[in-house]
Ligand binder design. Structure first.
Ligand SMILES: [Zn+2]
Length: 85
């Protein structure tokens, strides 16, 4: 996972392929997933809704840049815990 994704969160893009909702991080960090829905209409609706939500959250996320040192600290702490396993 890239540092940008760890600190800022993934920037997911959502798309529907038939009845399957797929998402991947646009920073190409390798984070992705999929979920199958009952019909293609449902998958398309969720893809449109989630994609819109992700773009809208960009503006909401901006004020939290003041918390960056705290998030870096959490990230460093998690890394430390992983190393001891
Ligand atoms: Zn990512």
């Amino acid at each position: 996972m890239s540092l940008a994704c760890t600190v800022l969160g993934h920037r997911y893009r959502f798309s529907a392929e038939g009845d399957v909702l797929r998402w991947h991080c646009r920073r190409a960090c390798g984070s992705e997933g999929q979920k199958r829905y009952a019909c293609s209409g449902q998958a398309a609706r969720y893809a449109a809704a989630f994609d819109h939500e992700d773009i809208a959250s960009l503006g909401r996320r901006a004020p939290y840049f003041g918390l960056l040192p705290l998030r870096l600290w959490h990230w460093a702490r998690r890394r430390g815990q992983q190393a001891t396993r």
